[in-house]
Write a protein that binds this ligand. Sequence first.
Ligand code: G1P
Length: 271
Amino acid sequence: MIKQAIIPLAGLGTRLLPLSSVIPKELLPINGKPGIQYILDECIDAGIKEIILIISKKKIMIKNYFFNDKFYNKIIKKKKDPRIKQEYKKILRYRKLIKFVYQNKPLGTGHAVLKTKNLIKDKFFLMLLPDDLIIKKNCSKSMIQLNKRYHSSVMASLKVKKSDVTRWGIYKFKKKIDKKNFFIDDVIEKPSLKKAPSNRAVIGRYILPKKIFSKLVKQKPGKGGEIHITDAIQSLIYDNEKFIAHNFSGKYLDCGSMKGYINSSKEISKL
Ligand code: G1P
């Protein structure tokens, strides 16, 4: 069973400027709740017992959000408001599960993952990218079930417009398992329209094998000079590591772009 999850949070969030210039984008409210809490709730509901948050010194506010006891204790004593007590209790519950590591230079998702190398215990772990919210069905939970059944790495996937392939990791499938799941035999980070092997994109939920660290330590910078997790995954696939692409059933909300961020509050308020 997968017990550990990691969440890279050290990105600059430039697509959400000016909102993210002072406040880390993951603390921005989505329908009255910070985006990061949706991701943590997905992990908890999927049975995850430890969540490693990869932050940077610039985003220390994320840590402060979970460690603000003095403030809460004072206000609870003064106001005796049961709602505040309830919210503080939730924060304390998250706190039992979270750990922090630092990635002070935004050198890519692969570089962020490498920072957790000494903390990962089991053969597989879960990674969630906080820009990608998936509502209505717990995608992590479904992926954990697939991992259990096939002893395979898994990535969430979605068909995108052919003209949009340059924005995503794009994969090529080898064998259909069923309507929603495929074994894949290649993945390319943000390919050109010409080089894209399909219009099937990787979305920000991954079950990765611990052995990815042996690839990441020697991974050279790729697209845009960053160390991409996609490139390390490609290298593992070429070594015959099994990877499943899972077409999730929930609804995808892209909270990393301004349009998507605004839309996500609207969609969640309808639930
Ligand atoms: C990252 C990955 C990309 C994936 C995407 C999903 O890109 O590198 O392969 O398709 O997440 O959201 P980023 O959003 O960091 O540019």
